[in-house]
Write a protein of this length. Structure first.
Length: 151
């Protein structure tokens, strides 16, 4: 049941709006914050050197403070900011799709947790929906008391 909810397009839209609203609130209050996000969905312009890229984990925390915070903005459905990486402070513009943000964090405390896993892959959505119906029906039929509801 949870899979059906978190993979739903409307749920993803709601989460995206919540993420955007939370960050706008933090920008308005000039409050530094961190984002925990899926590194595979993030783009860097210019691309980072391979030795820096190799340091990233699948889930990476970026902290928006100082210059990085000052350059941060939301463009369409993407958080965009400038940051320096590595010992040489290699500069790059980071673009993070809002739905790739898993947590918004202030003072080491998550303010928002994004559970949405919606992807525009119609085949996987149909599979989840049909699996959910089949699992639900199997659960229903496994209870002998429910036989009275069947004709």
């Amino acid at each position: 049941m949870l899979d059906v909810v978190i993979q739903d397009e409307d749920f993803a839209k709601l989460m995206k709006k919540n993420i955007q609203d939370m960050m706008i609130h933090l920008f308005d209050k000039e409050r530094n914050f961190g984002i925990l996000c899926k590194i595979d969905d993030i783009s860097f312009e210019p691309s980072l050197p391979e030795d820096i890229n190799a340091e990233f984990r699948p889930m990476t925390l970026f902290f928006l403070a100082g210059y990085t915070f000052d350059t941060a903005k939301i463009v369409d459905d993407t958080l965009v900011f400038e940051a320096g990486f590595g010992a040489d402070n290699f500069g790059s513009v980071v673009s993070v799709p809002l739905l790739s943000i898993i947590q918004v964090i202030v003072d080491e405390t998550p303010l928002l947790i994004n559970l949405a896993t919606y992807k525009k892959d119609e085949e996987s959505i149909e599979k989840v929906d049909s699996d959910g119906v089949e699992n639900s029906m199997a659960s229903f039929l496994s209870n002998p008391e429910n036989s009275k509801f069947l004709k």
